[in-house]
Design a protein around this ligand. Sequence first.
Ligand SMILES: [Mn+2]
Length: 315
Amino acid sequence: MNENPAFGDGLQPFMGIPSFMRQPATRDLQGVDVAVMGIPYDSATSHRSGTRFGPRKIREMSLIIWGYNSTLNIRPTDHLNIVDYGDVSIIPTSIEHTMQAITETASKVIQSGCTLISLGGDHSTALPLLRAHAKHYGPVNVVHIDAHIDTWEAEFESVPYSHGTPFRYALQEGLIRKDGYIQVGIRGPVSGENDYAEALALGARMITIHEVMEKGILAVVEEIQQRIQGPLYISLDIDSADPAYAPGTGTPEVGGLSSYQLLQLVRGLHGLDIIGADVVEVSPPYDHGDITSVLAANLVFEYLSLLALRKRDEK
Ligand SMILES: [Mn+2]
C-alpha cells in the first residue's frame, strides 16, 4: 500500500474525483465486462512531464459525454457492466516497481475475464500492460497509434525503459504477434536515418502520417481489418493527434491526425477481437480548455462502444 495520497492505491483517488462516466468505482469484478483503470505515472517521460495527472482529468472530462453513441448507434451501458477500477498504486521514483505493479494489477483484472481499458500515464506503461495481456491471451496483435515509433533501444544511455521504448521490448519479449504490429500516424524529427529502419526491422508495419493523408484514414482502416487476425490490443498515444487538437501532451509533433480522423480510425476497428486498450500521454498541465482530455475521454467512449457492439452481436 502506498501511503502517499497523490499516488494512492485503489479507490483513494476518488475522493473528490468522479469515476469514468460515473460508472461504479469498485474493485469487485464479479459480473463486470469492462474495467477502466488509471495509471498516474510519468517518470519515464523524456521531456515535459505531467501525464500523471492524465487519468483524473480524463475522468473529469468524461462527464461531458452523454451515454448514447450517435454514430455507432449503441449505448455501451445497455450491453456492458462497466466499472472504474481506480488507479494502479505506482511509485513515481521507480519505474521497475511501477512496471511490476502495473503488470500485477492489470493481470488481476484480465484474469477475472474483464476487458481492461487503461488511462495513462506516459507510454512506458504499455510494456507492463502488454506483459499482462500476453500472459493471459498469448502474443497479441497491436495497433499502435502515435506520432512516435517508441521502438528506440534507449533514450538514456544504459537505461532501457522510458516512454520511447515500450514496443521494442514488447516485440523482443514476444508479447506481440509476428506480422501483427501496426503503427499509425508516425511523423516528426527523429535522431537519425536509422530510427525508422530499426522499427521496420523489428517487424512494424509503419503507416506514416504521409501515407494516412495520401490514402485517407478509411484505406488505413481497411488494411488493418485485413491484416489483423486474433486478439487485438490498441495503444493510443494522444500525440498522434495534431497539437491543434491535443496540445496537452509532453512531446507534441506538428502535422498530425485530426480528432475526426482518430474517431474514424478507432471506430474502424469494429469487428476485431479487441482484448484491451489504452489512451496515454495526456498531460493536463500543458492543455488548454481541457480539449486534449475531452478527446481522450471520447476515444475511451468509442472503445466502450466497440466492446458493446461485440457483446450485442455475440448474442
Ligand atoms: Mn508513444
